[in-house]
Design a protein around this ligand. Structure first.
Ligand code: RM4
Ligand code: MN
Ligand code: MN
Length: 395
């Protein structure tokens, strides 16, 4: 590899950070049940400890996304304890995720619920979450709504949209000048007829009406089959409305599989659109990269390390795209040449340069191997195994 290419990889890795999800370390499952793992984290202390392992070995995961209720059972009253815990672990609290879907009262929705008392309760929980984010110095509040309906005719779609348009600006007004609301979309599940924020266009419309610090969050698992996600990314970038990602991969629905395990070229194409935008505009895109995965079969910490290293590889490959050559080929409609610019970058084995980058930073060249050698998994499996907990997470 030419030294200029290696430099491009090193430069790209220096700025690449990715956030871990607290719920990714807990026992999770499908609607059919959970497969329990002895090492799974039950408490917030254990989640921070596991996240610390991933960050210690990869060096690029300094923040942990937190789910209010799962991680803050007492709401804002837990904030000081969690701030102290995070500081002791060298991990900062990351995005704050309100829980607007689990309580029985949300059976027919939260912000879109026909009952004004439920809408008020949901708004208060979301406002409490914004307050927690402010208290902990977290920039992003991620709003995912399970709201929707299962049968035609059972919900007033336009009315529910108005209820969202009432609540979101109230929430936005609570957010500090340095905070953002990231609005996530999802086409179906748990609702199977209509979902109130089903796609990026609806999320964009709500973000615009919420206020200037609202953005769209793209969860890569939340699209219909064959949807062109990188085009959505390109459009949101062009409008300055791309706030961040929840990364995961999928084959069928919202499968929460490991990033790039099914279609690594798609992740590469997403990163390419971002870097191409940055090259063209001369501005750095302000995007939060976050993992939203919950592995019920793979070891959770191993799966996170695998995800982070894979994300770095795909980001580094995207950094190898020769933008000037690409732009010239596009201008002349040289189709094979243009496509080859992407293929050449994607085909490059970037792993040796990444291993050198790690060594230069004092990190293990193979974080997964280092984790296996560390004995951490065996230790916590022995300490944590055999317990049960009422604490909830997915499924
Ligand atoms: C959803 C969505 C949200 C996550 C919940 C638990 O499918 O991806 O981001 O918070 O799951
Ligand atoms: Mn998500
Ligand atoms: Mn999801």
């Amino acid at each position: 590899m030419k030294s200029s290419a290696a430099e491009r990889i090193v430069h790209s890795l220096d700025s690449f950070r990715i956030e871990l999800p607290s719920w990714g370390f807990a026992n999770t499952g499908t609607r059919f049940g959970k497969f329990l793992q002895p090492a799974a984290a039950l408490t917030i202390e254990e989640k921070f400890s596991d996240a610390e392992q991933v960050h210690r070995l990869t060096g690029v995961c300094p923040t942990l996304a937190l789910h209010v209720l799962w991680d803050f059972p007492n709401g804002a009253a837990d904030a000081d304890r969690i701030a102290a815990l995070a500081a002791s672990r060298g991990i900062r609290p990351g995005s704050i995720n309100p829980n607007l879907f689990e309580d029985q009262m949300y059976k027919h929705g939260s912000f879109g619920n026909p009952d004004p008392r439920v809408r008020a309760h949901a708004l208060q929980h979301a406002r409490d979450s914004v307050a927690i984010a402010r208290r902990l110095g977290c920039r992003d509040v991620v709003l995912w709504f399970a709201d929707g309906s299962n049968y035609p005719g059972t919900a007033n779609i336009r009315q529910r949209r108005r209820w969202f348009e009432e609540n979101l600006p109230v929430l936005h007004a609570d957010a500090g000048a340095d905070q953002r609301l990231l609005i996530e979309y999802k086409p179906f599940e748990p609702a199977f007829y209509h979902t109130d924020i089903a796609d990026w266009g609806m999320a964009l419309a709500f973000a615009r009406s919420a206020g200037p610090r609202a953005r769209v969050l793209v969860d890569t698992g939340h699209h219909y089959q064959s949807q062109n996600i990188e085009q959505i990314v390109a459009w949101l970038l062009a409008d300055g409305m791309l706030g961040g990602f929840h990364f995961n991969d999928r084959r069928y629905a919202d499968d929460d599989l490991t990033l790039g395990s099914i279609d690594p070229y798609q992740v590469f194409r997403i990163f390419h659109e971002i870097r191409f935008y940055e090259w063209e505009s001369g501005a750095a895109a302000d995007i939060a990269y976050m993992i939203d995965q919950s592995h019920n079969l793979k070891g959770k910490i191993e799966a996170m390390i695998q995800t982070v290293t894979h994300a770095q590889e795909l980001y580094a490959k995207a950094a190898l795209v020769d933008h000037a050559a690409l732009a010239a080929a596009q201008d002349r409609a040289q189709l094979v040449e243009a496509e080859s610019v992407l293929r050449d970058a994607f085909s490059t084995d970037v792993r040796p340069v990444i291993a050198e980058w790690r060594l230069a930073k004092g990190l293990p060249p193979d974080p997964l191997d280092a984790f296996r050698q560390s004995g951490y998994l065996e230790r916590v499996s022995a300490e944590r195994g055999g317990r049960t907990s009422a604490a909830s997470s997915y499924a």
